[in-house]
Structures are given as C-alpha cells and as structure tokens.
Design a protein around this ligand. Structure first.
Ligand code: HAM
Length: 428
C-alpha cells in the first residue's frame, strides 16, 4: 500500500496555536475600526457559482483565468472557492435587496480565500483577508474614508512607514478610448513584451501595466498615463478624492500605472505600501478601489461601491519579523487543580466549573493520575497555588492547598475554596 503523505497541500498552511495571537490582534484591530465607522459584519459562503467571479473579476484576469479552484458539484453546478470578497458581498447585497436599506450599506468581513498561485514568500493557496465594502454611494468622500480606515488598521497594528499609492482608471466612458491609445503604444513595442503580455495586448492592454516582468516594466515606464485622458466626471471625482486625502493629511503618492488586477474597478484604485526609511516600497499591505459597474456586471441595477482588502498572512509575517506587540495574552492561571483517585477526579471537574463561573483561571491535568506528575506540571507552569483533591478530601468535603514556594499546606472547606482562592490571587 502506498505510504500516506501527511503533509499540507502545497500552498496551504496550518494556523498553529502560537500564531493565533497574531490573527486575534489583526481581527481586533479591524473590528474596532469597522465598529467606529459603523460597518456591520457580513459572512458569505466559501463556495459561489463560478459565474459570480467570471463576470465580476473577469475571465481574462489571472485570478479567474489561472488561479481559481473551480469544479462541478454532484448536482452539476459549476462552483468556485472564493478567490476574493467583493463580488460575493455585492452578490449578497443584490440577493437580499439591500438597496432598500438606508444607503450606503457599509460591510466588513474576514476569512479564508483561495487562489491557485505559484507558492512563494507571502503567497498562499489558502490565505486570509479582511475587507471593507461601502455599497450604494458614489461620493468621493467614501473613497477617502475607505482609504483612511485601511490606513487606521495598519497604524493600529503598529506599522509606521506607510504610503498610499493612488490612481484613477476612469470609467466606461473614458477607459475604452484610453485602452486604444495604450494599445497602439504597446503594439509598436510588442517584441519587447513577455509572451503573457503579448496575449494581454489583444485581451486588455491595461493588464500589461500590472505585469511584474522586468522587460515589461521597462516598456511600461514610457507608457501613456490614464490620468491625462480621464473624462470630466472621472477627473472631477479623482480631484475631490485627493483633496479629501490632503485634508486628512494622509501620505499619498500618485501612481499613474497602478491599475490592479480585477475587472470591476472604475475610477479610484489604491494600494497602501510599506516603505523603507528612504521611501522605497517594501510591498503592498492593502489594496482596493471603486467599483461602480460591478452590480451591473452581476446583472443588478446600477449601484456604486468602493472598498479594500488586505492579506492577513503578509501583515502577520511582518508583525513577527518586527516583533510588533500582540497585546496581553490570556490571563495565566495562578492556581493548579490536582486530583488523586476516581471520586476526587469527578469532584475536581465539578470544582473546575465553579472556578470558571467565578471567572478565575485554573490549570488542570485531569488526564494524569499520578500526583507527582501533576505537581511537576504545576511547577513547570510556575504556579504558586496547588489545590490537592485526594480520596480523603473527596470523602470529607475539603481540599488541601499547597503553597509551592514555601511547601506549606492547609485545608480549606470545599464550599469556601472558590471564595478563599479569589482573595488569595487578588493579593500580590
Ligand atoms: P487583491 O489585491 O486581489 O484585491 O487582494 C487583496 C490582498 O489580498 C492583497 O494585497 C494581498 O495582500 C492578499 N492576497 C491576495 N492573494 C494572496 C495570496 N495568494 N496569498 C496571500 N495573500 C494574498 C482583492 O481581493 C479585492 N477584493 C480588494 C477590494 C475590496 N477591492 C475593493 N474592495
């Protein structure tokens, strides 16, 4: 029989107990910012009809074209593991008639996402994102609010040198014209592009601006800039977003080649990057933008929207290397409950619950029978007070308290033990 391979799938990883403090810290940071800005939490399923992403993110994008986990269910439905959160949130908004609620509807989410990417540092096939979406409002103040919130979360987590890269990619009025200009620029330099970009030239020349290949980057450096070709509406919208950012004193840089790799974007797109002391970009932490056409792409009525999302693994790996604070750990127990004999074990389990009701943390080792082994565990945990519940104690309804520092022991009546221990641990 072939040997079983007990390993994670490539690109998948376990979130081990020691990493939970980081996930908790990020979740708490996101939640507190979201609450402050009156965002409500939403959870959408991990599986959606593949069409949701094909229509919203775009068939010719890397995310849908190359990276989606798509399969047929036993019932014959073509479904995908969600590669991102914006399209499902919009699907949910439309499905539940959220346009009947006061607008805009402000939502946030956190959870696992899936992309079949080439594994590399910081890129996984299952990863976690948190995100914010504001649906039903096209005012530029929303764009700046989403940027401010994204910035706030990163600051709250302890990131220092942050820069906001921002661009406008126009809308269905001005973008088609710009695509033509861009296309003719790249066509005349076709042989200098990578094979993928030669294909992109036919499908969507804007995607070339997103290519990370060095040869394409060189060609990109001289390409026409969309901000020079925005229609009046998009230009005015972008100007207002930048004015808001100025007012909020957020550190932003115009990046005329930022397009982001998803089809649903219109007007504002942005990324928050971490920079070195001398201002060099060290990588993107959060990305987002406006998506005023997304609802229509999914077959809904015209509904503007704007949002952002961040990959948690990348943020957490930086928090680890910088040794950023994760906040206080769960309160360490100062009491250990040791037991000896079947009856004592049963009664200790009950006593343990009484301590839980009183919100007093207590360590235990119910699976161990030897008192010596239990005392050794208590010692390792640096616990001062050990409550010993033996046969005699169980019969006579008392418990022996041992001070591990002095070795002194005393007896406490069972119905007084929680109260007395509460007093002891509150004294220093
Ligand atoms: P995105 O840029 O595709 O945008 O993903 C957002 C973030 O998710 C990235 O900046 C990155 O940190 C993280 N991420 C993406 N792929 C991976 C991966 N394979 N492994 C680890 N982290 C990854 C979106 O998903 C849009 N839905 C953002 C948005 C929300 N726009 C508007 N609203």
């Amino acid at each position: 029989m072939a040997k079983l391979n007990f390993q994670n799938l490539t690109g998948m990883h376990d979130v081990l107990p020691e990493d939970q403090v980081y996930f908790k810290k990020v979740q708490k940071g996101v939640e507190s910012v979201a609450n402050y800005y009156s965002f409500e939490k939403i959870e959408t399923p991990i599986l959606e009809y593949a069409e949701v992403f094909q229509k919203a993110v775009g068939d010719d994008t890397d995310i849908v074209g190359k990276e989606m986990y798509t399969f047929r269910t036993k019932g014959g439905d073509l479904v995908s593991l969600r590669p991102e959160g914006t399209a499902p949130v919009m699907r949910s908004y439309l499905e539940h008639g959220m346009h009947n609620l006061p607008q805009p509807v402000k939502l946030w989410y956190i959870g696992p996402f899936f992309r079949y990417e080439r594994p590399q540092a910081g890129r996984f096939r299952q990863f976690h994102q948190f995100g914010f979406e504001v649906i039903g409002e096209q005012n530029p103040s929303i764009d700046s609010q989403v940027i401010q919130m994204s910035y706030d979360v990163l600051k709250e987590l302890g990131f220092k040198n942050l820069s906001i890269e921002i661009n406008s990619i126009g809308d269905s009025e001005c973008r088609p014209y710009f695509k033509k200009i861009l296309s003719s620029y790249f066509k005349s330099r076709r042989s200098s592009l990578c094979p993928d970009c030669q294909r992109r030239l036919k499908e969507n020349p804007l995607r070339i601006l997103d290519c990370k290949e060095e040869k394409c980057q060189r060609v990109k450096a001289g390409a026409p800039q969309i901000t020079e070709h925005l229609c009046e509406k998009c230009h005015a919208h972008f100007k207002e977003v930048l004015e808001f950012l100025d007012e909020l004193e957020l550190p932003f840089t115009l990046n005329p080649y930022l397009v982001r790799g998803l089809d649903y974007y219109t007007k504002t797109v942005f990324e928050i990057v971490e920079t070195s002391e001398d201002g060099k970009s060290l990588g993107t932490l959060i990305g987002g933008g406006r998506y005023d056409n997304l609802s229509k792409m999914l077959g809904g009525r015209e509904t503007p929207g704007c949002g952002a999302a961040a990959g948690m693994e990348r943020i957490i790996s930086l928090m680890k290397t910088r040794e950023m604070k994760t906040g206080p750990k769960q309160e360490e127990p100062k009491i250990f409950l040791a037991q000896l004999g079947q009856m004592a074990k049963r009664k200790s389990m009950k006593l343990f619950e009484e301590f839980r009701d009183a919100k007093i943390p207590v360590a235990e080792s119910f699976s161990k029978d030897s008192l010596k082994a239990q005392l050794r565990t208590a010692n390792k945990m640096n616990i001062k007070w050990v409550l010993i519940f033996g046969q005699k104690e169980a019969l006579e309804e008392f418990i022996t308290l041992r001070d591990m520092e002095t070795g002194v022991q005393k007896e406490i009546k069972l119905d007084k033990v929680v109260e007395e221990m509460k007093e002891k641990i509150s004294k220093k």
